[in-house]
Ligand binder design. Structure first.
Ligand code: CTP
Length: 399
């Protein structure tokens, strides 16, 4: 487990019989060279003692949200800042529910609430609780938040019932976390470029032609690439989105500026062009604001096709060039046409004729068309999850 060496893991132990296995998790993490800090919830204390946790982790065990001895430490903030990763094992139905609703009434839930770190959750509960609709809805929310669920397994339970709900074995959990760090380490050698958002093609200093693109899908792809270890540059047209920690953001307005920034960012291993580039620009852009009586029509000229340019670059073509296709009809035919005309490797098509997916929405439903004539149709999901699916495929392809 060499990828766990020197990693800082914050382990949250909740109140379930599987808590005894958390001691083995601490032991294995320590053996792999990780630094482990632990939060034991009040219910967790009914199953294992703080002393056994500290003995194994060789660190103080944290239990209370407010600590009158040392309040200036602000444990809920400092613990989250300290960690490379947070692992909740066992995660009870109650804790899962609290996190899904954003409650923060104890140290464990407050740390999660205050954290921007990767969170792994290993649930453990009775099979009826696992299958309860509330629990299913809560888990779906956690997945949408970007948290990763490990297990649970099917087996005999402490309560005597048989079914799904047993916490995964410590080795399985540790393996999962090790693979997470291994993947990041592997991908650090890859450079990625993403374009996102619309372009603004100015008519005069105050007016422009543009489109409805929000940039959300491209920003999510850049976030996911960055989280997976890629050295990521995001070239963004004008959007209302915030920059992403760790991603090199280059802001542009027009298609010409986007092309220039794209070429300046080469070479990269992969390029994902998700921006909705305006197809036309104004032929003679006015320096002064145009008076309404002084103009009767606009002259347009074609913008450069950035995707085509990049896909046909003689010396600096990225190994993998991924284009998008925003379509309102004949999605497959139009996408296949773009795939061959632009000479990219994949086209990710989305239907922009519906309000609940595509432009501006937080959801998307995409199909991926590959150069070898195969295709995949993904179900409707959050743009963050679409991004993760795309990035998983990029990682497989580059490796
Ligand atoms: N694209 C680009 N430069 C352009 C136009 C599009 O790089 N001037 C890229 C987009 O970022 C996307 C793909 O080409 O990856 C397809 O974009 P889309 O708007 O769907 O298609 P267009 O090529 O503009 O064709 P049409 O508008 O006729 O569908």
């Amino acid at each position: 487990m060499k990828n766990l060496n020197s990693k800082k893991i914050l382990l949250i132990i909740c109140g379930g019989i599987a808590a005894y296995k958390s001691l083995e998790i601490i032991r294995l993490l320590k053996k792999s060279g990780s630094k482990v800090k632990t939060i034991l919830t009040n219910n967790g204390k009914n199953f294992i003692t703080p002393l056994s946790v500290t003995s194994l982790s060789q660190e103080k065990v944290y239990t209370d949200l407010f600590n009158s001895d040392n309040e200036s430490e602000m444990d809920h903030i400092s613990l989250s800042r300290w960690a490379d990763l947070i692992l909740i094992a066992p995660a009870t139905a109650n804790t899962i529910s609290k996190i899904s609703y954003g409650l923060s009434d104890d140290l464990a839930s407050t740390v999660v609430f205050a954290s921007d770190k990767k969170i792994f959750i290993a649930p453990a509960m009775n099979v009826r609780m696992w299958e309860n609709q509330s629990n299913k809805d809560n888990l779906k929310k956690l997945i949408d938040f970007g948290h990763e669920i490990i297990g649970p397994e099917i087996g005999e339970m402490a309560c005597g019932e048989y079914g799904k709900g047993k916490m995964s074995e410590p080795e399985v959990i540790i393996n999962h976390i090790n693979n997470y760090f291994k993947n990041i380490e592997n991908n650090k050698r890859f450079k990625a470029l993403v374009t996102a958002g619309p372009t603004h093609e100015y008519i005069d200093p105050v007016r422009f032609i543009s489109n409805k693109s929000s940039g959300k899908q491209g920003y999510e792809i850049a976030r996911s690439l960055n989280e997976n270890g890629f050295d990521t540059t995001l070239i963004s047209g004008p959007t209302n989105l915030s920059s992403i920690k760790g991603v090199n953001l280059i802001k542009v307005k027009s298609a010409d500026e986007m092309l220039e920034a794209t070429l300046n960012s080469l070479p990269t291993d992969v390029a994902i062009l998700s921006s909705a580039v305006a197809d036309f620009k104004i032929k003679n852009k006015e320096k002064e604001k145009i008076k309404k009586n002084s103009i009767s029509e606009l002259s347009l000229e074609k913008n450069p096709d950035i995707l085509k340019h990049l896909s046909n670059h003689n010396s600096l073509r990225p190994k993998l060039v991924v284009g998008f296709a925003a379509e309102t009809s004949s999605i497959k035919n139009n996408s296949l046409k773009k795939l061959s005309e632009k000479n990219c490797d994949w086209i990710i098509a989305n239907d922009v004729s519906k309000d609940d997916i595509g432009f501006e929405s937080d959801f998307n439903k995409v199909s991926i068309f590959y150069k070898n004539n195969s295709e995949e149709n993904l179900p409707k999901m959050k743009k963050s999850n679409v991004a993760n699916e795309i990035v998983n495929r990029i990682i497989s392809q580059l490796n």
